[in-house]
Write a protein that binds this ligand. Sequence first.
Ligand code: SF4
Ligand code: SF4
Length: 424
Amino acid sequence: MADYRKMWEELGMDLETHDQLCEVLPQAFGDVYLSQENRPESMDYYNMVVADIHGIRPAELIEHQKEGGKVFGTFCVYVPDEIVFAADAIATGLCGGSQFWVPGGEKVLPTNTCPLIKASVGARLDRTCPFFRIADIYVGETTCDGKKKAWEILGEDVPVYVMNLPQMKRAKDVQAWAEEIADFKDKVEEVTGNKVTAEKLAESIRLINGKRKALERLYETRKNEKLPISGRDALLISQIAFYDDPGRFTQMTNKLCDELEQRVKDGVSVFEEGTKRIMLTGTPLAIPNWKLHNIVETSGGAVVCEEMCTGTRYFEHQVDESGKTLDEQIQALAKRYMNINCACFTPNNDRIDDILRLAKEYKVDGIIDVNLKFCNLYDTEGYFVERAMKEEGIPVLGIETDYTDSDAQQLRTRVSAFIEMLNN
Ligand code: SF4
Ligand code: SF4
């Protein structure tokens, strides 16, 4: 890893604590990723991104700021990046996926808050993540109760702008979301001092659609009988999509897809024939949360799809590119984003339909419904997910977990038994 200490120091980071994180990450990455056999060569790019995760991209963001640009930190797939990029600013994901940050969050949040929120708050307050230091402003949303209150706490330390996401999907809700997006555009213009024009927005809609298409292409290769890429690698790519430069990410992911499509033609698989195909559904798996994928894929299964925000919910559905005016474009954005099916909506039957559709498309043998501990929304919705899968005869295993390793052994036992059952 190159020496970024000066940069971290200037960001006001707690270097001593941060060193501890830098020590454990390479080991974890090596165990989960580099130990895999026959990985696609193009994974080198993503390996490099992770190896310098707190260096390369943060340095780029700082460079952008030195040139007068702004950085917006986001936490949810409903926040439209297109608006940010249209104002020559950069949007970067900030979700925390490591137990390392959880105790910092617990200093100010109830213990029974989901680890994603605790880690995100801890990463900021403990000053151990450069991305959280760099962002000029955070963009929150009113998705779940824990997040709503977390914005207020974070707002004491950093500027936070909150988008009011409706929680039903009637025509008037889509309209309300379009109005929120229009307000967000005004805020982005105010923060950046740049105007979002129809031309600029059309350009950024194409840019982000390009990223979605690349991810769609990647996932398409996972529908094959012979799997050219592991679930672990696909997850890593989804996670990196949240903060990498979108143009470069698209280019590198398309390059990887060329290789994967060639592998499909050549009949190359990273799994043995007959390996059970597992789809994960549920709460997001933010970087570096690789726990469940690792357990599944070292217990005789292959993860072929994630119905998650770090998965299909991030890239499915393009924004209609035909809008000529800002109004039309904002309507198109609202429609596309309201097509995402998060458990914070009621009713949320479309998500069940999505899971059933994906199970067929990816020819899954079984589903693991993953719930981050204390996420009441997904936990409760698990009732409908599991019932629908049972009705369709798709084996399903419900799992609740957090970022610690304390349940790893128990999870491994349950996942192994589930896969064993699929084999019989
Ligand atoms: S699970 Fe819901 S609240 Fe969380 S990132 Fe996804 S859409 Fe946003
Ligand atoms: S996992 Fe659940 S509780 Fe956690 S941030 Fe997402 S919706 Fe909220």
